[in-house]
Design a protein around this ligand. Structure first.
Ligand code: DX5
Ligand code: ZN
Length: 228
């Protein structure tokens, strides 16, 4: 595993996708002030998902603006084309989608060779079995709680059971992987995810759509921490 601060149990990872890009330095400073653990960076290629977002240039900018680990979520086909560039740009974690990764084991090894932590994401319709064989090779497992491509969608309630099963699968295999959830995570859903076994919470609109993003990061954390 790459040397990242993985020992802390509960992580809040605001998603850059919902930030106001005209005020990027200020927005990043706000989430840092609120104690955000990671910055989640959504890369979309308009092929794997029906939306385009950003690439290496923005990762580089975030690296300059913040010391937070950059949690790069690759919603792209042929993700291996970007590993090297994104690692150089400053990615700390790179998470690819199993639906776009026929050579998952090799791709995870390649990410680690580049000095990053390696994660796999699963769409809501993708079974956990698709990652069972690589459970011990994972630094992070991302359970999508919406269909990827857009911020601001409603949390899919059936995801809670999948999070529980993912937790059990990781524990049974002895994997130390981070269990992250992404999509529709907000004050009304974060605690249920935490109780189901997730430890890392991506939140876009909940954080950057709030009047006070710093307070929102703190609120999400304390909604889980009171049950820790
Ligand atoms: C969705 C992205 C998410 C998105 C989450 O495809 O992977 O990271 O930014 O946004 P919210 O928290 O607004 O659902
Ligand atoms: Zn994401």
């Amino acid at each position: 595993m790459a040397s990242l601060p993985f020992t802390k149990k509960l992580r809040v990872a605001p998603s850059l996708l919902a930030a106001d890009f005209a005020r990027l330095p200020e927005q990043i400073a706000q989430i840092e002030a609120g104690g955000a653990d990671w910055l989640h960076v959504d890369v979309m290629d308009g092929v794997f998902v029906p939306n385009l977002s950003f690439g290496a240039k923005v990762i580089e900018t975030c690296r300059l603006l913040s010391k937070l680990p950059l949690d790069v979520h690759l919603m792209v086909v042929e993700p291996e084309k970007y590993f090297e560039t994104f690692a150089k740009a400053g990615a700390s974690v790179m998470t690819l989608h199993v639906e776009a990764a026929p050579h998952l084991h090799r791709q995870l090894s390649r990410i680690r060779e580049l000095g990053c932590a390696a994660g796999v994401a699963l769409n809501p319709g993708t079974p956990l079995d698709s990652v069972r064989e690589v459970a011990t090779d994972l630094d992070l497992l991302l359970i999508m709680t919406v269909n990827p491509g857009f911020g601001g969608q409603a949390f899919i309630p059936e995801s809670l059971d999948k999070i529980r099963r993912a937790r059990a699968m990781l524990d049974a295999s002895g994997s130390q992987a981070v269990l992250e959830v992404d999509g529709g995570v907000a004050r009304d859903t974060v605690n249920a995810c935490w109780r189901a076994g997730a430890d890392t919470f991506v939140a876009g609109n909940a954080v950057f759509g709030a009047t006070d993003p710093a307070a929102e990061v703190r609120a999400l954390r304390s909604l889980c921490a009171e049950m820790a």
